[in-house]
Ligand binder design. Sequence first.
Ligand code: SAM
Length: 219
Amino acid sequence: SPQDEWTRSDLYHNSFLIPHDDSLEFAKKNSDDSGLPSIAVTAAQGKLLNLIARSVNAKRILEVGTLGGYSTIWLARALPDDGLLISAELHQKHADVARENLIRAGQSSKVQIIVGNAVETLSNLHPEQPFDLAFVDADKPNNLTYFIEAKRTVKKGGVIIVDNVVREGLVADTSNDEPSSKGVRKLLEYLKDDKDVDATTIATVGEKGYDGFLYAVVN
Ligand code: SAM
């Protein structure tokens, strides 16, 4: 099947580019064993997030949607020792598992997880220094709200990345009214006339199927 080929391809490339990593393997297994859904980014995507954070010399990162902290670990590793990552997560249980995984990965001191509805968490966020990078990966119907809050708190020239914006092509099938796809369309319609950012969608295929990242730079 196409999915088998995509998985084989990811694993082939990863075998050259992404060494085995005990902390990330622990994070995955601990998340699975704790009953968290398997909806973290792939290793290749996690590493891309890490490389982007390093490319923009990120000192402060905002994440929306922590789950078990898999993407959080990749992002936190890009930060200097005095860097800060704030991650918003609805479920206390997810935050607890993420905390264990971050401790195991030696990244705990850089990461603050705020438990609650990210709509409220972000509206209450008034960071002393703006973020260099935001990664939005929570409930998709609220994508636009999160994007607007990210714009407010990310510096000019900073980067906002939104995950799952292609959804196996469902987003482009406007007859499909899945709430997550509708949430992505709402964001795209907003971006059409938004002068505050320049953005593009890059589709991704791999272990987690056919999807995509939206990548935006704040003007
Ligand atoms: N970024 C994670 C990774 O790649 O490892 C995956 C995040 S998972 C796709 C989405 C997370 O968003 C879940 O843990 C879910 O509980 C959380 N979430 C859902 N609705 C939320 C809300 N309203 N506020 C904050 N977090 C929410």
